[in-house]
Design a protein around this ligand. Structure first.
Ligand SMILES: NC(=O)c1ccc[n+]([C@@H]2O[C@H](COP(=O)([O-])OP(=O)(O)OC[C@H]3O[C@@H](n4cnc5c(N)ncnc54)[C@H](O)[C@@H]3O)[C@@H](O)[C@H]2O)c1
Length: 270
């Protein structure tokens, strides 16, 4: 499915680690829809090398940037504009990591240095990206910035740990920055709350398979696949959604509005 709805648009895509990454699928689809863009990730993630294959496949350039470094981000926006020959129209923030989850710290016994890192990498980086773009006036009017969230921002899931707070903060930043960027430049800022998805970040959560299968059976449409998340993101980058801003948009097959499904209820019948 491609209709050229991003023809003439330029962008920056954060977070393609391997072909399972949501950002990877967005890059493939954005190229198919006619966009030109820069790919970026933390220098350490680039060492894996997979991103170069994606860059070749999509005719894009890779510029390293640690999303917690303001200096890296300013350099990224400057170099991206040089490569693309002007301002960008869209930015995807597809970044998440919790050292507490990685080190299997229980939520009630968090390491606070790790906690700072979780919030900085997974949420404050969204503010940093927006602030760097605004400072350099790097996004065209009616441009679109999208971050990726999860429903643990609103409801508790025992093993999502401090990522829940990171997602609440991320969604709040979309509202707050969206207000200022909207008033000054007509730039929209949204988050998409995606179903559990089999990626490196997803599988890092303890008990992820149970999590994944439960959500799948609770959702009338089943879990939303990463490719469809990419399509939704493309629509938010396009001119068909110009007045959508400051929203957290659920892309979850109906999970967020389901009390219980028949399939799940049947399991408790006996
Ligand atoms: N997988 C899921 O179940 C799921 C569900 C809802 C939302 N999300 C969110 O989607 C986004 C993308 O994750 P994914 O599932 O595609 O997994 P992924 O592991 O493929 O992507 C996470 C990315 O974050 C990057 N990253 C980590 N630290 C960074 C830093 N300091 N600077 C720059 N980049 C950094 C990683 O290198 C990686 O590319 C995340 O925000 C995640 O929380 C994922």
């Amino acid at each position: 499915m491609s209709n050229g709805i991003l023809k003439g648009k330029k962008g920056i895509i954060f977070g393609a680690l391997d072909e399972n990454s949501i950002a990877w699928k967005v890059a493939v689809q954005a190229a198919a829809e006619g966009a030109e863009f820069v790919l970026t990730n933390a220098p350490i993630a680039l060492r894996m090398g997979a991103i170069n294959t994606l860059a070749e496949q999509t005719n894009s350039k890779v510029i390293p940037a640690d999303a917690t470094s303001d200096e890296d981000l300013e350099k990224l926006f400057t170099e991206a504009q040089e490569f693309l020959g002007g301002k960008v129209d869209f930015v995807l923030h597809s970044i998440g990591m919790s050292p507490n989850v990685r080190k299997k710290k229980h939520y009630t016994e968090l390491n606070y240095d790790f906690y700072h890192k979780t919030l900085d990498i997974s949420a404050m980086s969204f503010h940093r990206v927006l602030a760097a773009a605004k400072k350099l006036d790097a996004i065209n009017e009616w441009g679109s910035v999208v971050g990726l969230s999860y429903i643990a921002a609103q409801r508790t899931f025992p093993d999502y740990s401090d990522m829940a707070e990171a997602k609440s903060l991320l969604e709040s930043i979309a509202r707050s920055f969206g207000y200022h960027y909207g008033t000054e430049k007509n730039i929209r800022v949204n988050t998409i709350s995606q179903s559990p998805t089999m990626t490196t970040a997803g599988k890092g959560i303890k008990g992820f398979n149970g999590f994944y299968n439960y959500a799948d059976q609770m959702s009338p449409l089943g879990n939303a696949p990463a490719e469809d998340c990419a399509n939704y993101i493309i629509s938010l980058f396009s001119d068909y959604t110009k007045y959508v801003t400051m929203q957290n948009l659920f892309h979850d097959g109906g999970f967020s509005n389901t009390g219980v499904s028949q399939v799940v209820m049947d399991k408790f019948e006996e």
